[in-house]
Ligand binder design. Sequence first.
Ligand SMILES: *Cc1c(COP(=O)(O)O)cnc(C)c1O
Ligand SMILES: [Zn+2]
Length: 481
Amino acid sequence: MTMDEFPAYRGDLRYHCLECKSVYPGDELHYTCPECSGVFLLQDHNFSELKKTSGEDWRAVFDQRAAGKMTQMQGIFRFFELIAPVVDKEDVVYLGEGNTPVIESSPRLQKNVGRKMAFKNDGQNPSASFKDRGMACAFSYLNQLVKKNNWDQVLTICASTGDTSASAALYAAYVDGPVKSVVLLPQGKVTSQQLSQPLGSGSVVIELPGVFDDCMRVVEYLADNFRVALLNSKNPWRILGQESYAFEIAQWSNWDMAGRCVFVPIGNAGNITAVMNGFLKLKKLDIIDELPRIFGVQSTHADPVYRYYRQNPGDRSYAPVEVTPSVAQAAMIGNPVSFPRVRELAAKYQQEQGEDAFNVVHVQEQQIIESMLLANQNGHIACTQGGECLAGLIQARDQGLVGADEFSILDATAHALKFSGFQEMYFNRSFSPGYGITPRQEYINQPQSVLSEEDKERMSKDEFTRAAVNEMVRILGLQGN
Ligand SMILES: *Cc1c(COP(=O)(O)O)cnc(C)c1O
Ligand SMILES: [Zn+2]
């Protein structure tokens, strides 16, 4: 196979219910199990075919494709055989998602944290979050279904903490044809940048009082009773696309995951599901010899997964929590839809690589926002959830969970600009008490104004320039040369 040929392999993907274990064919659209409402993972029943190729050969295939030119293979479908090997070339939607950079932290930041670390900038995806990885896969599959079934209309719908809707709206706007997009948002609980995205893409945007969990119940009811395509991460095709994040980390690491830790924020838990499933697949195919250690991170204001894993193995019980305001708003979810997936995969992960290969830590709101500011004051572009990952690494370090010789890759899940409102609240000291954040001067940065409108009117252009220069010389303490 040359690097610019679309792969010939075709998988036999089937939906597997994690609760009642029933199995459904992959050429029908399902979100939850028709028998028991359990969540699905898609499994390739031809996977043993892939095992006939050695790990070394797979590594060579993916490395060659990384140097290729075919548009359809530039993003997540570089790893076609491991993602959705049922999609035809002409149905692939590629908007520039995936293949995001891993940026090793500056020596100063690594020294400050006392651990080796890098951020993977998933905010450099087209709608500025990792959600595009899953959406590219879900829309490519949807294209295939529309073609096969001759559908003349498909309404895509999602509930969102902001980024899912931004991504769904973007891909729907591109695909067009019979596809129309609707997004449901918790009123006032997404940032203005996130709200502007589906509006700008021309989606129907509906706001509901409450939090994400309220919106999720509404779209679930709609999906169960009307002909709509649900694009939340309950949709297992999204999980497949998001696995590309793990594949890219492995490739960036030259396929050697020994001594690596991967930090992921947990909201609805789709992302951490995909990351674990992705690494497990690589291991099964001998593409990597060792799994990296996974750290899920939650805010103390939305930490049901942490609360589950902090109990003794053997008598753990899961309970949703009522969330309270969080700067990691995209992860502010009290009843994660993918929790059963996490439970299933974390057990497999620990079986494979040991107890300490899967961990969940929780962190304070103050630590989250200050870790974001610390990262960005050292040249990163982390969002609040990226800050949550760094707060998680610091927490794990303090608990003795990450050694000085290990290298951590933190997920900057969205671009800093989407969450600049929280930075502003910190700098203006305008957080409401619910956040539990007390801004500290050492992190605050504010614009300083020099001269006034009246000065501008009163002075000639030259006088104004000189006066401004004098002001700046005073503020900066500049010396003449
Ligand atoms: C969706 C999202 C999360 C949470 O991911 P889950 O898959 O819901 O756990 C974290 N950060 C950002 C920026 C997101 O958009
Ligand atoms: Zn079931």
